[in-house]
Design a protein around this ligand. Sequence first.
Ligand SMILES: C[S@@+](CC[C@H](N)C(=O)[O-])C[C@H]1O[C@@H](n2cnc3c(N)ncnc32)[C@H](O)[C@@H]1O
Length: 200
Amino acid sequence: MTDLDLKTSTTHPGVSGGWRTPDRLYRLISSPVLRMVLGWDLPRYDLRVISRRPGTVCLEVGSGGGFYTTALKAHLGSENTLIALDPSPSAMRSLQHQLDDVPGARVSFLAGDGCKLPLADDQADTLFYGYSLEEMPDPLAAVREAHRVLRPGGELVLFLWRPVFTRHRRRPVIALLDELFERRRTSAGPQNIRLIYRKQ
Ligand SMILES: C[S@@+](CC[C@H](N)C(=O)[O-])C[C@H]1O[C@@H](n2cnc3c(N)ncnc32)[C@H](O)[C@@H]1O
């Protein structure tokens, strides 16, 4: 564990800049070996924090090459629904093929923007962001969208990659998260930060 800059402030200046993973790198960044080295990511283990009462609707925002999507589908199981969303339509198509034979939740694939989610208010029970919030052009708008589509009592699970989401960029985002949601859990390593919030 390392010390974190996760203090709350009351103002929310904009959050600009940052990195955007090109579609052609999705396969590379989904390599289990690379992910072990880079962030100690272990999908089946990491996703145990996601609750799965029958009838759960879970939205994964920024599925990319599906590093977490496969495990999420299996973890949620056949009584639940997973919606996988990423801006790249071609990534969504290839993810659909990849997941065809994986047993588990019903999955819908959406090409869309996390800053303007194509879901109704209070539609999702769980929202999961695996290193995607920090890549969005307007992370503050994305947090507000998360709050809109999550039902009261629902959980927001965020994995953030520290090299991309620098202290300066993440401070206003964490402040807004702390203002809109109740923070339930925080853990951090040298590479990543993991947060769980609840909508009241
Ligand atoms: C580092 S990748 C992580 C992908 C995947 N979750 C994983 O863990 O391998 C970041 C993802 O965020 C997605 N992303 C970037 N901007 C986005 C936006 N505005 N809305 C939704 N997803 C976005 C990218 O397309 C990419 O798939």
